[in-house]
Unconditional design. Structure first.
Length: 172
């Protein structure tokens, strides 16, 4: 098994010439996705397991969700602020997003608004999981629903509630 990234020139015939980039560690999936997006800009690469992206500034909660979902056959990736979450979502195009509202750098409403502006991301189901309950005249749930959220979960939350919500949304 190759442990380090490297380049190897290859010649398949008189007109064929390419370079093979081998990546290891946490960047190997990113390299595959980058290649796929260049070849198929409209389609994300197929995955064996559904990918769930959790965007929440509470790292312990992200880890709890990850621990709850992984044995059930899901891949889970996390981001701990809205800007990093949006970038991860753009890169990975997950099957579903679990999103907090109150976060640093970019809040959940801003992430939702940006997702709605990008046609390939607007279709991804979103579950909002937040401790916020009221804001001025409208509730957070009303705001979230207007921005395309499928389900709203109030914190603190039981991890099994999150798992049930995710499985329910992916079936619909």
């Amino acid at each position: 098994m190759v442990q380090n990234a490297g380049k190897m020139p290859a010649h398949l015939g008189p007109a064929a010439n390419f370079r093979l980039h081998l990546c290891s560690g946490k960047h190997k999936n990113n390299a595959m996705i980058f290649w796929w997006k260049k070849k198929h800009p409209e389609q994300p690469p197929r995955r064996e397991k559904p990918l769930i992206v959790v965007v929440d500034d509470e790292e312990d909660l992200c880890r709890l969700v990850q621990i709850s979902l992984t044995p059930r056959g899901y891949d889970v990736e996390t981001a701990h602020d809205g800007a990093a979450g949006l970038e991860l979502i753009r890169l990975r195009q997950p099957a579903l997003i679990v999103l907090d509202i109150k976060m640093p750098r970019m809040n959940g409403y801003q992430v939702l608004a940006r997702l709605q502006q990008e046609p390939n991301l607007a279709k991804i189901p979103v579950i909002v999981m937040t401790s916020l309950t009221d804001s001025s005249d409208d509730t957070d749930e009303d705001w979230a629903r207007r921005l395309g959220v499928r389900q709203f979960i109030s914190k603190p939350v039981d991890p099994l509630v999150i798992v049930d919500a995710i499985e329910s949304q992916l079936k619909s």
